[in-house]
Ligand binder design. Structure first.
Ligand code: 5AD
Ligand code: SF4
Length: 464
């Protein structure tokens, strides 16, 4: 009689279920798909709910206080589930990944000792090994070391079937140290993936059905990757190279910093038809004094100039941005400068936040913190204008004929859903087979966060 084989997760073909809850930015969404890729060879397939999962990963965001507190309340609920499962003789591995894990790894093991694995954003390639150890050992495994170069080398090739819209991380980390921001501490120093790896991944994604690729990076336009000939490319050069890929109809990149919007990149928006006329470019504030206190490294004037020049290069260009109200030292006059910038530039979409002090960041210790009630009032005032601008932008689209990249079925029977060049969600009555294709519509109605449309014709676009 042979004894049972020792538990070997790498050889385990049995079906196990993985539930990943993702908070925060597109980088985290991308990382979640990579974690699923890494765990697939261990037999993990997707679970719909934590209840049916053998492993739950919370991929967390630390950017504002609310985001990390939500993680701890989720962990409280998962503790009950884990206990119930254990009582029923089942095992559930619980992992916390992402930026909260990076910044508060030790705190998690103290506040939530029922967590098995804590891993920072640069160590996902070690997940299989950690799962193997966690299924044997008691006590949390912590892995939040920083060698980001290794992460990309050691992760398996990206799952090419992300659907019509795919994400591709080209850059990670940040060296800019804005006063309020945890990213340089949680994601580490700026790192650019080399050209060859990016182009290979892009070709695989397109072969797997992607028609649109969004390049991701915390500081994506600071990307400067090594080319096969040893030279260094800037983002504009990479965009021209990506535009050569047959079948890739749309390209975007996010998130950018105004300081890195160089002339060649702005010009690329006028020259590359596949580059979509929509750019997320956080400005944070319209006051030079606050921008300096934030260590943003530019004045409001630069943002005005970039907006103008982008619109010269590409007249249908729409802008999106991030704003923070109530940074330490922000006065009513500073806030008025932000309101003025919003009115003058005009945004199709924007995200705005109350300043939230993050431990360890320079602004958290600064004097002249703005009272909460003042922050609330400023946020409301700002959001009212941003909401109005978004509505105006959407309403101005009604009646226009545009190309839509269809992504899948809509919410109602017979409907299909897709995206405009400006990233607005669109739905129309149409055949499900349109998913993955581009077809022209007339936009007929604007809703708060989407547009309705009627199909005009099916037109397969071949990129120029
Ligand atoms: N408080 C409020 N908002 C913040 N952001 C980043 N850090 C903070 C903070 N401490 C916002 C910025 C950034 C976006 C991703 O989150 O606007 O661009
Ligand atoms: Fe954070 Fe500033 Fe870096 Fe953006 S540029 S990730 S806000 S430190």
């Amino acid at each position: 009689m042979t004894s049972p084989a020792p538990e070997s997760p790498l050889a385990a073909p049995q079906r196990k279920k993985l539930f990943i809850r993702t908070w925060g930015c597109q980088m985290n969404v991308y990382d979640s798909t990579r974690m699923a890729d890494v765990l697939a060879p261990l037999g993990y397939g997707p679970a719909e709910t934590p209840e049916e999962a053998d492993m739950v990963i919370l991929n967390t965001c630390h950017i504002r206080e609310k985001a990390s507190e939500k993680v701890f309340s989720d962990l409280g609920r998962l503790r009950l589930l884990k206990t119930e499962k254990e009582q029923a003789g089942q095992k559930m591995v619980l992992a916390v990944a992402g930026c909260v894990a990076q910044a508060e790894g030790a705190e998690i093991t103290v506040r939530a000792p029922w967590v098995d694995i804590v891993l920072g954003p640069q160590t996902y390639h070690r997940l299989p090994e950690m799962v193997a150890r966690a299924s044997r050992a008691a006590g949390a495994q912590i892995d939040t070391d920083f060698p980001v170069e290794q992460k990309f080398d050691l992760l398996p090739e990206v799952n090419a079937n992300q659907g019509p819209i795919a994400f591709l991380t080209i850059q990670e980390g940040c060296d800019k140290f804005c006063s309020f921001c945890v990213v340089p501490y949680t994601r580490g120093a700026e790192f650019s993936r080399p050209v060859a790896a990016i182009l290979a991944e892009a070709r695989r994604l397109v072969a797997g059905g992607a028609r649109e690729i969004a390049l991701l990076g915390q500081n994506v336009n600071a990307w400067h990757g090594e080319a096969p000939d040893g030279s260094t490319w800037s983002l504009s050069r990479l965009l021209y190279a990506l535009a050569e890929i047959d079948g890739l109809a749309r390209i975007r990149y996010t998130t950018s910093h105004p300081r890195d919007m160089d002339d060649a990149l702005i010009e690329a928006h006028g020259r590359i038809p596949q580059l979509m006329p929509f750019l997320h470019l956080p400005v944070q504030s319209g006051s030079d004094k606050v921008l300096a206190a934030m260590n943003r490294g530019h004045k409001a004037e630069l943002f005005y100039r970039i907006a103008d020049r982008l619109r010269e290069a590409r007249p249908d260009m729409a802008l999106s941005s991030d704003f923070i109200v109530g940074h330490p030292g922000e006065t009513a006059a500073d806030h008025a400068a932000t309101m003025q910038l919003v009115e003058k530039v005009g945004f199709a979409l924007a995200y705005s936040f109350k300043y939230s002090p993050r431990p360890g960041t320079p602004a958290a210790g600064q004097p002249f913190q703005v009272p909460e009630a003042e922050k609330d009032a400023r946020l409301q005032e700002l959001q009212a204008v941003l909401r109005r601008q978004q509505d105006e932008f959407n309403r101005a689209c009604v009646g226009r004929e545009v190309d839509i990249l269809w992504t899948g079925p809509g919410r109602h029977p017979g409907q299909i859903a897709g995206r405009t060049p400006w990233l607005q969600p669109v739905h129309a009555i149409g055949p499900a087979e349109l998913a993955g294709r581009i077809a022209r519509v007339r936009l007929t109605d604007a809703h708060p966060n989407s547009l309705s449309a009627v199909l005009l014709e099916e037109k397969e676009l071949t990129p120029a």
